[in-house]
Write a protein that binds this ligand. Sequence first.
Ligand code: VG1
Ligand code: CO
Length: 544
Amino acid sequence: MNLRTVATTPFEDQKPGTSGLRKSVPDFQKPHYLENFIQSIFNSLDGIEGQTLVLGGDGRYYNRTAIQTILKMAAANGIGKVLVGQGGILSTPATSCIIRKYETFGGIILSASHNPGGPNGDFGVKYNISNGGPAPEKVTSAIFEQSKRIQAYKILEAADINLDRVGTFKLGTMEVEIIDSVVPYLELMESLFDLEAIRQLLTSGKFRMCMDSLHAVTGPYAKQIFEGRLNAPKGTVQNGEPLEDFGGGHPDPNLVYAEELVELLFGEDAPDFGAASDGDGDRNMILGHHFFVTPSDSLAVLTANAHLVPGYKDGLAGVARSMPTSAAVDRVAAKLGIDCYETPTGWKFFGNLLDAEKATLCGEESFGTGSNHVREKDGLWAILFWLNILAVTGKSVEELVREHWQTYGRNFYSRHDYEEVDKAAATELMDNLRSQFTPLKGQTFGFYTIEYADDFSYTDPVDGSIAEKQGIRIGFTDGSRIVFRLSGTGTKGATLRVYLESYEPDTSKHGEDTQTALGDLIQIAKDVAKIQEFTGRNEPTVIT
Ligand code: VG1
Ligand code: CO
């Protein structure tokens, strides 16, 4: 075995985005590209020698190759031990769970989450710190700085490790332990939920569910949990085999990309409950019989009913939501008398609030919900949370949500994405909006008057760190909002996200179609931002 130091030159584009470094597979396959970034992670971490790391990914194309490279680099960099999920598989929340359970120094997650996979799809690398959560900005900036001046990386010349057999192996002086990908996570779920009540519901013969893993990482987890531990009929989990290209689809649980599940739940003889998760298992979509729950409403409903679930029965310290997420949960927090925090987009901003026990539940409009049980959003956790509530109340998904609206009013909410638009044009559109903050104030568009227009900036209440330019907000006097942001996870051109929200207290109007209810705001967004003029598009590519 030979330790090699390989000379390299920096790549300019290794700045981590909303959630790690995401690039196309061909980019990652460029000589030294992956190695540079991994060495930059190691270089930026103080005292990593002799420490333990967790390593795994969502099973997409290049996962196994990257794991072998990273193991050899870890050995050459003096890491003490690496825990690897069997077959290279670890969902993002399971990685977070394992980092916390074994109190490791950190972990590396290989995933581009909901982005498509395969030889021409995307790949990604994310570093998580010892609390189990995504590296905060100061850590990702340090990694980026290292990547700009890297001159060499270290790697061991050795045979590949067999990733498929559970057990302990040696790579130079480093230990590699291949661990069961599911068991630690399943044990954590057992400690939070009344699985017996859920088992009775799923075997009662009166309730049918379907879980769609979209050929991504939750397949093995969902099969073991639902069809194994909870005795749901075989076939409850569909698309449950992780595939390197996710079967050619977008592993993104929303109404557009999880269409097979949506057709089933809105079809004839539809089941009572449907759920899906994304590439790396941290997102969730919840459907009832002919009914869709927006992620913002889901967070609000979970918060309002958390006392029914064993792991949360003693109350919540507080809740947090990302800025573009609807204010539905704010109303629940106000009623419960707990704090509600508004953070920038991306799970890394919840970490401090969870560590400081200021928030117990967190959520994002982008199909992400989670709690202090780990430091990532968690798809299967959210699905089990819903099932636990359904089992205890005996209500349907639709009944629960409609009753919730009756109590709190309804926040109509939708996100319109304009994908793969020209990057320069998208930046100009945002700059143009910024230049209009003052004149926009007080302007009236039909029924709506603009109360404020600003750039969202966040001061972390725990460590005082400041994040600026986190999205442009236009707020109206009646509480409605439009938010504009550019995505930080896309790999092609730019993606403009337009978030729309209005509040309706009148129950008799809660049946209205969302896009109709938001019709005026949708038009105002197009006009104010001059979307057609800048991007050449008049309609979004994805509406969720
Ligand atoms: C998107 C979502 C954001 C989420 C992030 C990572 O980011 O909007 O809410 O935290 O993806 O989720 P952006 O910058 O593209 O809007 V995942 O499941 O892709 O790790
Ligand atoms: Co994800």
